[in-house]
Design a binder for this molecule. Sequence first.
Ligand SMILES: Cc1cc2nc3c(=O)[nH]c(=O)nc-3n(C[C@H](O)[C@H](O)[C@H](O)COP(=O)(O)O)c2cc1C
Length: 334
Amino acid sequence: MDGSKIPKTNGAYKFSVAPMLKCTDSHFRVLMRQICQKGLLYTEMIVANALIRTKNKNKLLDFKSIEHPISLQIGGDDPKLLAKAAKLGEEYGYDEINLNIGCPSAKVKSGNFGACLMAKPDHVARCIESMVEATSIPITIKHRVGIDNFDSDKLLIEFVDKIAEAGAKRFAIHARKAWLNGLNPKENRTIPPLQHERVINLKRQRPELIIELNGGLMTPNDCLKALDKCDGAMVGRAAYSHPMRWRKIDEIVFQEDSREISPSIVIRKMIPYTEKHLSNNGKIWDICRHLVHLVEEVPGAKIWRNELCSKAQNKKADIQVMEKAALHLEDAGL
Ligand SMILES: Cc1cc2nc3c(=O)[nH]c(=O)nc-3n(C[C@H](O)[C@H](O)[C@H](O)COP(=O)(O)O)c2cc1C
């Protein structure tokens, strides 16, 4: 555990990087922190049941202090288990706990949690209440604008009202409905159309609630537009696949002084961190798989990425792989 100084999440949610399974692990979050120091970072979703049962809690919960402010996202439907998981998260030093009511995967649905719970607002409220009671950090929620036939502005506002009453401090809303039968999670992130106006309308009707808009925000400018109408802009795929696109986000959203950030600077900053990971028997690919996205839209980007991928996946790969990757970029003035 490495959760010494805990800055508050207050205001950090103005720009956040969304929870994404197999993407927003601790390595990616440390990488993202080299680019954006002020925004809120979410973990991948961790299932409450797994968290409580596992003997190796550190594996699921450890994070570095540089990752603050950080939100631990958990999934589940049992108020008692969720309370225990939230308490564990607080003990590990997370700044807040977020409940996932947005995941539409069949596996999650068969466990009766994630997006399917939108149709059970009273039950979700009980889960939130139980988490609020068990902890003293903010409990927040991430959900969709609707699912299946539970999909109208009236139902959305009733859902949000119940959850707010139960004590949730913030709502991150993916501005798309999810079809739980017939579409897989990937399709549920592309096929149902974006409906930003429904989230904006909700904020208009409930100005006292803190609402993060999520879905399809591709650029810092999109985030600024979202911030005109909502309290936060949450970015998922565009942050993971294009991390350098956000290099000015601290200046633009948080009025921070400008800092020089380039792909080679980011890699150099990641080297000591990676050395530590290697000395703990970690693999360099665990980190390099995220670094490949740092370089794009410049001549030679594909070659650089291919080289990093092939070298970093070699069993004998060591820190030289990253040193050389940084050197190539420096030679190219990147
Ligand atoms: C690979 C991947 C994994 C995801 N995993 C989660 C997750 O664990 N929890 C969650 O609430 N949402 C998850 N999402 C959904 C994102 O958080 C986000 O709501 C969605 O991608 C829409 O935002 P975007 O258009 O900015 O990507 C995931 C999305 C992707 C692409």
